[in-house]
Design a protein. Structure first.
Lengths: 219, 223
């Protein structure tokens, strides 16, 4: 039987962690774009679009991410495509992230006083102009800390893609365990690598919140 | 798309689904009760507890909040036996949920306690209450009332997260779905049905928790 050194285990896990990082970035950026579109629908003028967007958000927030991954994996297959795991993982994670980001950002937009909407409307601005020049610049400042905070959930969410067979950090952990029979060490290391990825994000979210919230401190 | 949907398997698979639902409900009830209780204990330590215990709890909270639930579950179920701690799938799943929810609810409850004005502690002390008594009777209840919505959402999130316990062969709803789809080869329909069941459970749980909050805290917060 081959012996595996600690370094062998760590190196393999770190190599797999690249895919966790890539998948997190793709989901976060893609989810941000879809989420922004959802946000515009969610607070826009059309009633049925608002309902649609709200239904979407409720659906994705009210069901397990694992189920969404399964549905993406088997659902895309219905169209006759041979679905690789990374595609299903990206699609499901982007849609899931979008729902949460849209809802977080809606809270931020709604924290902007109603008078700002009315003032910009009285200047003859359209919906998109109001958003672009008045609401979003203010809402963005409020939105940064919770958005960074949510990125931690995205990184942790990528762990579930191991279940549909995408080889990232968690899947590598299972594979290495099966080869080395050292689950305690391997899963401990996997947890530490996730911690190393997530902790800076959590901390910076807290720091940003303190820094950007100074204006509201004394109210 | 020429796919024909087929839900005919649903009736035959009903007992398996119901058993899965039962296990999922059981997991979240036990997880929520003990997880929140543990979280409150941890919040007490961070607010008033002995000094040496504070960094221990802080480390626990940070570690759990920054690692995926799946890895926590694998660590407990596959990792701990090397230390001689063995347990069944259901016990491991329950333990993982309690440990996970404990860390999150610790942070949530702590936020509620921090929002309590210092005067409340002092008022308790002036009535000759011990620090524990003023925590229990004066601080905790308004704090819980304040953070109840956040705590409820976290419990729902943990319930949805519990879908991954199927990975250590705990026979929850997802396990039932996996089992059924391996028999009927109707993966998409099976997962649609179980996703809808999860959605219904999440809505139901949210309503129940709202009702529970309404029962536990009948008076409006006096601020």
């Amino acid at each position: 039987m081959t012996e595996f050194s600690f370094w062998d285990i760590l190196r393999n896990l770190l190599l797999a962690a690249r895919w966790t990082v890539v998948l997190s970035l793709v989901s976060f950026v893609g989810g941000g774009i879809v989420g922004a579109a959802l946000l515009f629908l969610r607070i826009g003028g059309r009633q049925w679009l608002r309902l649609l967007s709200r239904g979407y958000i409720q659906l994705f927030q009210g069901t397990p991410l694992l189920m969404q991954l399964f549905l993406a994996f088997f659902g895309l297959g219905l169209f006759g495509i041979d679905v690789p795991a990374w595609l299903a993982a990206c699609v499901a994670l982007i849609l899931w992230t979008a729902a949460f980001l849209a809802e977080i950002w809606r809270g931020c937009v709604e924290s902007i006083a109603k008078g700002q909407w009315e003032a910009s409307a009285s200047l003859g601005m359209g919906y998109l102009q109001q958003m672009r020049y008045v609401i979003l610049p203010q809402a963005l400042k409020v939105a940064v800390p919770p958005t960074v905070g949510f990125s931690v959930q995205v990184v942790k969410g990528t762990a579930l893609t191991s279940i549909i067979g995408f080889v990232e950090l968690s899947k590598a952990g299972s594979i290495v365990t099966n080869a080395t029979f050292q689950p305690f060490t391997v899963y401990g290391l996997v947890a530490l690598i996730y911690f190393a990825l997530c902790w800076p994000l959590s901390k910076s979210s807290q720091l940003l919140e303190r820094k950007l919230n100074v204006a509201h401190r004394n109210h | 798309m020429t796919y024909q949907f087929d839900f005919g398997w649903l009736i035959g698979s009903l007992p398996v689904l119901l058993k899965g639902i039962r296990i999922t409900v059981q997991l979240i009830v036990i997880g929520a009760v003990f997880g929140v209780a543990f979280g409150i204990a941890c919040a007490w330590v961070r607010a008033l507890g002995p000094k040496w215990l504070k960094p221990v709890v802080a480390t626990y909270v940070e570690l759990i909040r920054n690692t995926p639930f799946l890895i926590q579950l694998f660590f407990i179920f596959f990792g701990l036996p090397s230390l001689g701690i063995r347990m069944s799938e259901l016990t491991a799943a329950n333990l993982a949920m309690i440990v996970n929810l404990g860390a999150y609810s610790c942070e949530i409850v702590r936020a509620g306690i921090q929002a309590t004005p210092r005067g409340q502690f002092e008022a308790g002390a002036s009535l000759a209450m011990t620090p524990f008594q003023s925590f229990r009777y004066v601080v905790l209840v308004p704090a819980l009332q304040r953070i109840w919505p956040a705590l409820s959402s976290q419990i729902v999130i943990v319930m949805l997260g519990s879908a991954v316990v199927s990975q250590i062969a705990a026979e929850d709803l997802t396990f039932a779905a996996n089992f059924i789809q391996s028999r009927n080869f109707r993966a998409f329909e099976t997962y649609i049905v179980s996703t809808l069941i999860y959605l219904a459970l999440a809505i139901l749980l949210r309503q129940l928790l709202a009702g529970l909050g309404w029962m536990l805290f009948p008076r409006k917060a006096s601020r």
